[in-house]
Design a protein around this ligand. Sequence first.
Ligand code: GLA
Length: 383
Amino acid sequence: MRIRDTRVASFGAVFGREPAVVASAPGRVNLIGEHTDYNDGFVLPFAIPQRTRVQLAGRDDDVVRLATSREPGLVQLRLGELEPRATTSWSSYPAGVLWALAEAGHPVRGVDLLVDGDVPAGAGLSSSAALETATALALDQLWQLGLDRVELARLARAAENRFVGIPCGIMDQMAALLCAAGHALLLDTRSLTHRQLPLDLTEAGLTVLVVDSGVRHELRSSEYGLRLASCRRAAAKLGLDALRDLDEASLTAALDRLTDPVDQRRVRHVVTENARVLAVADRLEAGQLRAIGPLLTSSHESLRDDYQVACPELDTAVDSAVAAGALGARLTGAGFGGSAIALVEQSNAEAVAAAVRSGFAAAGFGSPWIYPVVASAGAAVER
Ligand code: GLA
């Protein structure tokens, strides 16, 4: 891999021609259903307005040139040199999608590709899935592969798991590709069946605030892998394919059969979280948006106490928001830093944001970045 210094301005300025395809994909917040996707469980994410855009043009050779507006430089490599886990830089995500397509037997050629957009990186809002899925959708369009969105999500996840080397579930890739404006996506991560549930926050006089804690934990992927291993171990011990197969009625008996107290906590989180997702889904379907608040806060408590993926900044965000009248609040995404969300009355949004800022200041944390989001559109081919 060679790296050349080039200030990125536009596709034309970098590559000396026009892009053949432009596609974009959103970041997401997960309304509820955390650390359930790699247990074959339920999740309920929605797309946020921030998007990653991929512009590309095909080549007749096997050269791949990758550029991003966020960093100077051009990454150049050959298809035959695509090597899993060689790097975890931004370029490994689009490179991983090319690799995953080739692995799946699709005809892959060289491309010139430019990334830009405004999904914050490292904030727990799935900037990597946005990049992978925008790339996958753009390549599908360029080469007319005719892949459906579920297939694209699987390929994008394979890129992240096997090429980049991050053991994520499939929630984020499915969210980026399948979410719809004004809706949350109820996804069964076992069957990959999904349903759009109405989430018109604006009409209900509500908003979701994202509180970006500013904490970027390197620990994240190793701690994530430990949680995943714990869940697999517990499922095997209970003779189950996945923790999804356990419900609240059989939870106490199952916990008695597990001797490891850490595994017991992890299992309790996953089982109760799956039940909370379905309870939130019922309320959304009944149009009772305000009624989901307490379930969001219970989810945070379970992630904090049983799954142990919160951190003082995320706890402060949730506690201050709830104390200032938020209907509910929780960390979103993998945890260990990144962002929390708070469901608030529009009329109270400023007061909640101010309370969270004061909470951070009182605890001696750096100032969080707080902004409202609404349920936005999924990935799209723009040109
Ligand atoms: C990350 C992963 C997802 C999911 C969440 C936790 O975002 O990419 O697959 O496991 O963490 O719910």
